[in-house]
Design a protein around this ligand. Structure first.
Ligand SMILES: NC(=O)c1ccc[n+]([C@@H]2O[C@H](COP(=O)([O-])OP(=O)(O)OC[C@H]3O[C@@H](n4cnc5c(N)ncnc54)[C@H](OP(=O)(O)O)[C@@H]3O)[C@@H](O)[C@H]2O)c1
Length: 303
């Protein structure tokens, strides 16, 4: 039986990982996150608190659980907060990752880490794994530095870069799709940019990519995203149509009008050839994922 340690289990991806690995008999899973309690039912899942920035806690927990695989879904993910709280962003996205990669190398565990398309400048998307990173905001810089500490550590690893992850879960922070759904449901008018283009990724596709990476022994870098590229504006319109909301409530704007603290890459997106060949990754289109999101939101409401 393989032992898997999940870091960041309270997050959008972390919860999905807890659910998919928790249902498999061939894995013994220990969920961990920064907060001292787990959002999922503690009778059904093993959970303990772990702050990945605390090196001695990481060492003693990993030393006693002795995982074969460590999945790092923990990160500081709010791009504008990272821009403004640089020390905290570096601590979580770089030092935390360094702590995990050092101990992974020492005990011979494989580290599966999640990174982002924000390592690129958004001038020449879609990108494959050989494209040269050039982050234009602090979040992207920390995520690229996190990738580099893993590579330098000598730990066995796979790094999955992904894009605009969306989906639902218990107490998850707002993601773009959830914000669109909530706003339109409350008859609010929203403004969405039509000059940021990328492939939104449904969280269950990303979780499947992690699982496939383990089962097919994927190593190195993989680009993981949804099947089609579209602008945030077009994605919001697609969501409105899928949920039967009034798409006229969505106003088309350009990125500078948002006046966000962190600059955003404009033309991103990934080429999925490597992931498709090596880890059998075949994601949904955004339209298909919106249908799944609808069902999942209904299920969460009913429960
Ligand atoms: N969301 C996106 O659009 C997107 C796009 C590209 C890449 N990614 C990457 O995908 C990964 C997963 O993202 P996500 O959307 O699932 O993130 P998320 O929902 O923000 O969850 C991140 C989790 O990390 C945990 N965490 C934060 N600091 C920690 C620490 N010091 N020690 C342990 N846990 C800590 C938090 O735990 P608590 O809740 O317990 O405090 C939080 O639940 C991240 O690496 C992110 O950079 C995300």
């Amino acid at each position: 039986m393989k032992r898997i340690l999940i870091c960041g289990s309270n997050g959008l991806l972390g919860q999905r990982l807890a659910l998919i690995f928790g249902n498999e008999t061939e894995y013994e899973v220990l969920n961990t996150s920064h907060h001292r309690t787990f959002v999922l039912d503690h009778h059904l899942f093993d959970f303990t608190q772990l702050d990945i920035t605390n090196k001695s806690d990481v060492k003693s927990l990993v030393g006693s659980f002795r995982p074969d695989i460590i999945i790092n879904a923990a990160a500081m993910t709010n791009v504008d907060e990272c821009e403004m709280q640089r020390e905290a962003a570096w601590k979580i996205n770089v030092i935390g990752v360094e702590n995990l990669s050092e101990i992974a190398r020492r005990i011979g565990a494989k580290l599966i880490h999640i990174s982002t398309d924000y390592v690129f400048d958004g001038k020449h998307g879609p990108y494959d794994e050989n494209a040269r990173p050039n982050p234009i905001n602090y979040y992207g810089k920390t995520k690229l530095a996190g990738e580099n500490v893993i590579i330098a550590s000598g730990a066995q690893h796979a790094i999955l870069r992904t894009i605009v992850v969306f989906g639902t879960g218990i107490g998850v922070k707002n993601n773009f799709a959830l914000w669109v759904v909530k706003s339109l449901r409350e008859n609010k008018k929203i403004r969405c940019v039509d000059d940021q283009i990328s492939n939104p990724t449904y969280v269950s596709d990303l979780a499947t990519a992690v699982k496939n990476t383990i089962e097919r022994n994927g190593c190195g870098l993989y680009h993981i995203c949804g099947a089609n590229a579209l602008s945030r504006y077009d994605f919001a319109v697609e969501i409105a149509r899928g949920f039967n909301f009034d798409e006229m409530a969505i106003q088309r704007i350009k990125t500078p009008e948002l006046k966000q603290p962190a600059p955003r890459p404009l033309v991103s997106g990934f080429i999925l050839t490597k992931a498709s060949k090596e880890i059998d990754y075949h994601p949904m289109t955004s339209a298909q994922a919106i249908e799944v999101l609808k069902r999942e939101l209904l299920h969460l409401t009913l429960n």
